[in-house]
Design a protein around this ligand. Structure first.
Ligand code: IVH
Length: 678
């Protein structure tokens, strides 16, 4: 028996130490390392043990006080009326028990309650003396909080002066500071742009913004405030009958009061409020983690009183947690319809947001790096509403030694083509294009679309079936289709199969620009395809040209040029094009715009020349014209961008500058040779 008690005592002690550590992380450092639900579990376990063994309760147990001591850097403010906490309920039975106790004490059959959202932010107390905002504090340990007056002053939702006809000697307004979801997303985007740390959720963002020693930083963050009660007061106008009247009064003093607050009656009223707010949750502009019920009549509240850290007249009814802890078993890569590679965490199954989650998106490699997610890590998974589950953050302190850093693959996991990352993008992409099964359906649909090869009747459903049955792997396979293969597909009558085959046959006669567009090269839309056809005149030229030359074509910039070069560099794409041509696809060849063509394909194309000194064989204007005709540019200044300096007789200072910058020099003979070699 004695040994058993000793064991329980140790268990209680270690729970207390762990809870205290998390209190410090959460309340003092704004940096919780476990989700609220995990914390609640520890707390409830301790409460249960203390209930069973009341002789083991000590005054310093976390169940006997709230939070942790405030940070040293802020000065302290003592609360005249303690800022208490609420007991939590997770299931309807807990609410039934709460309501029963209330009715027993009040000797009533049905009680009127005030029902309110439970804001997921930071509790604050605002002190108004003679109608002027004098001081504001955090909850701290419930009795002593931190003086964050300067920070609170920056929040527009908090009145600095009460409406002129209301200047009671003293009024303390209690409520919650939070960040609206939209502002949170915008802040995180800004943090990414500025290369600063992002926040895991709106609560952390609000806490981090509010507890800044430098209030000018707080001022740059958009914070909101909602009032839910009063603390100390000396105000004859303050209603003393009902909580709902207190809320109306606060609203009349220009304090924001959530429009979702409502008076309800009895159990039924409570539970239907819970349901209703639950279904609105994802559309609310702010995060909530449950609802709060308070006995509405103030006298009844006083009758019910308090038990240790929480009132007996109020309770928080929590929603299923949207965050949970689990382990990353692996990081896989999914290939999307446009070839974008998305890293996905394979998880130890975990119940969160009402479903079992086994995969969570990691968005892209920058996100993985920023959050420092490694294979084997313990992570916080978040699933809010219908949103795709995501890895919110890593519990670094639980990192295993063998945790592995993830690298993006250099080849597509589906088709093994090269993976590239364009300079302007966060994502990596598979270059497999027409060849990659993941991109196949999309590529084939695009190929057949009206502005491309215009194959009538080849719609989404049909392409899906063709690819799933592996009858068609690339657009080239369309031209190898026979009647029997087609007729075997679902809902495909002989007649429609015939029509499709005819449409495919008809598409063989096309134009070069349609064909280029049909290939589905990234960044090559219809207009670019037309320009490429017009300036180059042949597919062979397009396939052979380099990116510098491509940029000579109007409206073709470095990104488009690079996409084109990458596409044709892939062996698979070359093979598909070969097969397409062999199947009889044809168009009228024309020579392109040959004068421009010379300029585009010559070795001088895109090169920058500077002339200095006198040329004996030709005049300066003539030389300039020749260079321009061959696609080069002539500049009057030597700079790092200069490719060649042509040095004639009696060169000027440009010659010295060229030597300084180590730019290629051409004498007249060499220059002539370059022009002629073309
Ligand atoms: S009333 C004596 N009403 O929940 C009761 N609290 O767990 C005082 N909270 O520290 C609290 N929304 O930060 C109350 N509508 C609401 C609330 C609310 C969020 C927070 C508050 C408090 C914590 C208690």
């Amino acid at each position: 028996m004695c040994a058993e008690i000793e064991q329980i005592k140790q268990q209680i002690q270690s729970l207390r130490i762990e809870i205290e550590r998390h209190n410090h992380q959460y309340y003092a450092l704004d940096d919780p390392v476990i989700p609220d639900m995990e914390y609640d579990k520890l707390f409830i376990r301790l409460q249960q043990l203390e209930q069973e063994y009341p002789q083991l309760i000590t005054i310093d147990s976390p169940t006997q006080r709230i939070g942790a001591s405030p940070l040293k850097q802020f000065s302290q403010i003592a609360h005249g009326v303690a800022m208490l906490s609420l007991n939590n309920a997770f299931v309807d039975e807990d609410i039934q028990a709460f309501d029963r106790r209330v009715r027993e004490v009040l000797l009533s059959n049905s009680v009127e309650y005030m029902a309110e959202p439970k804001f997921d932010g930071i509790a604050v107390s605002l002190r108004y003396e003679k109608g002027i905002f004098k001081a504001g504090a955090t909850r701290g340990d419930g009795y002593i909080g931190e003086d964050i007056t300067l920070n609170l002053r920056t929040i527009h939702a908090i009145p600095l002066i009460l409406p002129h006809d209301h200047s009671p000697p003293l009024l303390e307004v209690r409520g919650e500071v939070l960040m609206l979801k939209a502002d949170f997303l915008a802040l995180n985007e800004r943090q990414v742009r500025m290369d600063e740390k992002t926040f895991a959720n709106p609560r952390n963002a609000a806490a981090g913004s509010l507890r800044q020693l430098d209030s000018t930083i707080t001022a740059t963050r958009r914070l909101a405030f909602f009032a839910y009660g009063v603390g100390e007061f000396d105000d004859p106008s303050l209603p003393r009958d009902k909580q709902s009247h207190v809320m109306d009064y606060l609203a009349s003093l220009h304090f924001p009061v959530a429009k979702e607050v409502k008076t309800v009656s009895g159990m039924e009223g409570l539970l239907s409020y819970y349901q209703s707010i639950g279904s609105q949750r994802k559309n609310l502009p702010y995060d909530i983690d449950g609802v709060v019920y308070k006995v509405n009549a103030v006298l009844d509240q006083e009758k019910l009183g308090y038990v240790s850290r929480a009132p007996r007249f109020a309770i928080a009814h929590k929603f299923p947690a949207q965050e949970a802890l689990t382990q990353v078993i692996d990081i896989a890569v999914q290939v999307g319809r446009t070839g974008a590679l998305t890293p996905v965490a394979r998880l130890q199954p975990v119940f969160v947001g009402g479903v079992t989650v086994t995969n969570a998106t990691l968005h892209n490699i920058d996100e993985i790096t920023r959050k420092d997610v490694r294979i084997g890590d313990t992570v916080v998974v978040r699933r809010a509403g219908d949103v795709i589950p995501e890895v919110a953050s890593v519990i670094i302190e639980k990192r295993l030694q063998q945790a592995q850093v993830f690298h993006m693959p250099s080849h597509c996991p589906v088709c093994h083509s090269h993976v590239v990352r364009y300079a302007d993008e966060a994502v990596f992409r598979c270059t497999g294009g027409l060849f990659c099964p993941a991109q196949r359906k999309q590529a084939i649909l695009h190929f057949a679309s009206r502005r491309a090869m215009d194959i009538e009747g080849l719609g989404e459903k049909l392409v899906e079936q063709m690819v799933d049955h592996a009858i068609v792997r690339t657009p080239a396979d369309l031209y190898k289709l026979g009647l029997s293969a087609l007729a075997n597909l679902q809902r495909m009558a002989q007649k429609s199969a015939n029509n499709i085959l005819q449409a495919i046959e008809k598409s063989k006669r096309t134009t070069l620009s349609r064909f280029i567009y049909a290939l589905g090269i990234r960044n090559v839309g219809e207009t670019t395809a037309k320009d490429l056809a017009k300036y180059l005149g042949s597919l062979d030229r397009l396939m052979a040209i380099n990116d510098v030359q491509l940029q000579q074509i109007p409206d073709v910039g470095p990104i488009v040029a690079q996409s084109i070069v990458n596409f044709f560099a892939e062996q698979h794409n070359q093979e598909v094009i070969e097969q397409l041509r062999a199947s009889g696809i044809h168009w009228e060849e024309h020579e392109g715009q040959s004068s421009q063509l010379d300029a585009i394909t010559s070795p001088l194309s895109g090169k920058v020349f500077v002339l200095t000194g006198t040329l004996s064989g030709m005049g300066r204007e003539q030389a300039k014209e020749k260079i321009a005709m061959l696609g080069g540019k002539v500049s009057s200044q030597v700079s790092k961008k200069t490719d060649y300096v042509v040095v004639g007789i009696d060169p000027g200072s440009k010659y010295d500058k060229a030597v300084d910058l180590a730019i290629a020099l051409l004498n007249e003979d060499e220059f002539m040779a370059l022009l002629q070699n073309h």
